[in-house]
Design a protein around this ligand. Structure first.
Ligand code: BES
Ligand code: ZN
Ligand code: ZN
Length: 492
C-alpha cells in the first residue's frame, strides 16, 4: 500500500473513493468537504439538513458522484464536536476508511487529513494518526490464511497548504513506520506457539536495521547462573530457551541508557500447574511483551532516539515434560536469591527476575519491563488498560503522559510494602505467589526484589495485548500494544 501527499485540487483527482469530513452539524467553509459540496450542487448540505446527518464521531454517509467529479464515490465522515476532538479519532477514522474501502472494493483512495483544520491538534499529528490508522486497519495475519482479494493499493493524503507539506510528509511517514512496527509485533504474537518457539523468536530479533543482536543459548544461560529463568525452561526439553539481547547506540554520544525487557513465554501451558483448556487458548500471546520490545527495535533506526537502548528477552516455553520444575522446588536467581516455586503457572516473574538482574550489567538509568503477567490485571482493569507500577513516580508519570498521547492507557497500582510479607517463604528467600488478592501488585513486588540501582517501571499488559472484539484499527488477536508508546517515550 503506497502513501502519497498531494497538494492538487481534490475536485480534479481521479480516485475510487474520496473521503472528506464534517463536524458539529455543519460544513466548514475552508474544508475540502465544502469544495466537493459545491461541485456536487449542494448535495452534502442537503444530507446534513434532510437526513439530520450531524457528523457525530465516526458516523458515515456514502455518496455516488455520478460523474460530477472525477472521484467515483465520496465518503463523508463525522469528526464529532470540535472541542472534544483528539487525534485518536483520526486514527480510528484511518482504520474505518480502510475497512470501508475493502468492502467497496476501492483500490485507490484519496482523503483529507481529518482534524487537520482544528486548532487544538496539529495538522502533523493528525497526518501521523491517519497514517497509523490506515496501515493498522489494513493489517491482516496472512501466514496461514489468504488475505482479502482487493487490497488497497494507493492512498493520497490531500494537503492543499503547500507550506505544510514537509511537516505532513514527515509525520505521515513516521505514522507508517510505526504502524509497520506494530504489525510486525502483531505477527509475532499471532504466530502459534509451535512456530513461534524461543529460537524462532530470537531469529525474529536478528538482522533488525541498526541493531546488534546477541543470542545466549542453554549452556551460556547456565553459565550466567540464571537459575530462576532456567527453572521455567526445564520442562521444555524439546524447545530450549534463548536469551535475546538487542542493542542500539545513537550516532552522537548518548546521555542515558534505557533497558527494555519483554516477557517472552512463547507458550504458557501453566507447566505442571496446568491451565484449564479455556485459559490456555490464547497463551501464544504470552510473549506480547517481547513482541513490543522487538517491534520497537525493528523501527529504532528510523526513530533515531538520542539514548542508548538495550532490549532483553528471556524467551522460553512453559511446558510440563518429565524434566519440568515441580511445585515446591527451590531455585536460585542470578542475584543469589532463592525462590520457592509453589505454582509453576506464575512463571513470567521467574523469567523476568533474571532479566532484571542482567539489566544491571548495562548500568542503565531506566529499566522498563512489559509483561502479560497476571490474570488479576484483567480483573482489576479489564481488556483495554495496562497496569503500571515502579520505584519512581516521575518515570511512571512520564510514561502515563506518553500513553495519553498514543492512546494506550496505563493506570497506576501501588507497590504496597505491607503486601511484601505475602511472598515470605518458610524455606527460601521468597515464594513465587502471593495470597488470593491483589495478584498484580504481589507480582510487581516479586519483581522489585530483583531491581538494581536504576529507575524502574513495570507494565502489566495482560489485558490490552490481545483483543477478541475488533476495533477500527485492531483485528482479533495480538494488538501490538506498547510499540507506539515506547517510541514516544524514547523520543522524549
Ligand atoms: N500468562 C499468565 C497471565 C495471563 C492471564 C496473561 C490471562 C494474559 C491473560 C501468567 O503466567 C499466569 O498464569 N499468571 C497466573 C499467576 C498466579 C498463578 C499467581 C494467573 O494470573 O493466574
Ligand atoms: Zn502462567
Ligand atoms: Zn505467563
Amino acid at each position: 500500500m503506497q502513501l502519497k501527499i498531494e497538494t492538487k485540487d481534490l475536485t480534479t483527482i481521479k480516485t475510487d473513493l474520496l473521503v472528506v469530513n464534517i463536524h458539529d452539524g455543519k460544513l466548514d467553509s475552508s474544508s475540502l468537504a465544502a469544495k466537493v459540496d459545491k461541485k456536487l450542487g449542494g448535495l452534502i448540505k442537503q444530507i446534513i439538513s434532510n437526513e439530520n446527518f450531524t457528523g457525530a464521531t465516526l458516523s458515515t454517509k456514502l455518496i455516488h458522484t455520478q460523474g460530477k467529479i472525477p472521484a467515483s464515490k465520496v465518503l463523508v465522515v463525522g469528526l464529532g464536536e470540535e472541542k472534544k476532538f483528539e487525534s485518536l479519532i483520526t486514527r480510528r477514522i484511518g482504520g474505518l476508511i480502510i475497512r470501508m474501502a475493502k468492502e467497496l472494493k476501492a483500490t485507490h483512495i484519496t482523503t483529507a487529513i481529518h482534524g487537520g483544520l482544528f486548532k487544538n491538534v496539529s495538522k502533523a499529528d493528525c497526518a501521523q494518526a491517519l497514517a497509523e490508522g490506515l496501515y493498522l486497519g489494513d493489517y491482516q495475519f496472512t501466514r496461514y490464511k489468504k488475505g482479502t482479494p482487493n487490497p488497497v493499493k494507493e492512498i493520497v493524503l490531500l494537503c492543499p497548504d503547500k507550506k505544510q507539506v514537509a511537516a505532513v510528509t514527515k509525520a505521515a511517514n513516521r505514522g507508517k513506520d510505526l504502524a509497520k512496527a506494530v504489525s510486525f509485533s502483531r505477527d509475532l504474537v499471532n504466530t502459534p506457539g509451535h512456530d513461534m518457539t524461543p529460537l524462532n523468536l530470537a531469529k525474529a530479533a536478528q538482522g533488525l536495521p541498526g541493531v546488534k543482536t546477541k543470542i545466549y543459548h542453554l549452556a551460556e544461560i547456565k553459565k550466567m547462573k540464571m537459575g530462576s529463568y532456567l527453572g521455567v525452561a526445564m520442562g521444555s526439553t524439546a524447545n530450549p530457551p534463548a536469551f535475546i539481547e538487542m542493542h542500539y547506540k545513537p550516532a552522537t554520544k548518548a546521555k542515558k541508557t534505557v533497558v527494555l525487557i519483554g516477557k517472552g513465554v512463547t507458550f504458557d501451558s501453566g507447566g505442571l500447574s496446568l491451565k484449564p483448556p479455556k485459559f490456555m487458548e490464547t497463551m501464544k500471546d504470552d510473549m506480547a511483551g517481547a513482541a513490543a520490545v522487538i517491534g520497537l527495535m525493528s523501527v529504532i533506526s528510523k526513530l533515531k532516539p538520542k539514548v542508548e537502548v538495550w532490549g532483553l528477552v528471556a524467551a522460553t516455553e512453559n511446558m510440563p515434560d518429565g524434566h519440568a520444575i515441580r511445585p515446591g522446588d527451590v531455585i536460585t536467581a542470578m542475584n543469589g536469591k532463592t525462590i520457592e516455586v509453589l505454582n509453576t503457572d506464575a512463571e513470567g516473574r521467574l523469567t523476568l527476575a533474571d532479566a532484571l538482574c542482567h539489566a544491571q550489567k548495562k548500568k542503565p538509568d531506566i529499566v522498563i519491563d512489559m509483561a502479560t503477567l497476571t490474570g488479576a490485571c484483567l480483573v482489576a482493569l479489564g481488556n483495554d488498560i495496562a497496569a503500571i507500577m515502579g520505584n519512581d513516580d516521575g518515570l511512571v508519570e512520564d510514561l502515563r503522559s506518553c500513553a495519553k498521547k498514543t492512546a494506550e492507557p496505563l493506570w497506576p497500582l501501588p507497590l504496597v510494602e505491607d503486601y511484601r510479607k505475602e511472598l515470605d517463604s518458610p524455606i527460601a528467600d521468597l515464594k513465587n505467589i502471593g495470597g488470593a488478592y491483589a495478584g498484580t501488585i504481589t507480582a510487581g513486588l516479586f519483581l522489585q526484589e530483583f531491581v538494581g540501582d536504576f529507575k524502574w517501571a513495570h507494565i502489566d499488559i495482560a489485558g490490552p495485548s490481545w483483543t477478541d472484539k475488533p476495533r477500527e484499527f485492531e483485528s482479533r488477536g495480538g494488538t501490538g500494544c506498547m510499540v507506539r508508546l515506547l517510541a514516544d517515550f524514547l523520543d522524549q
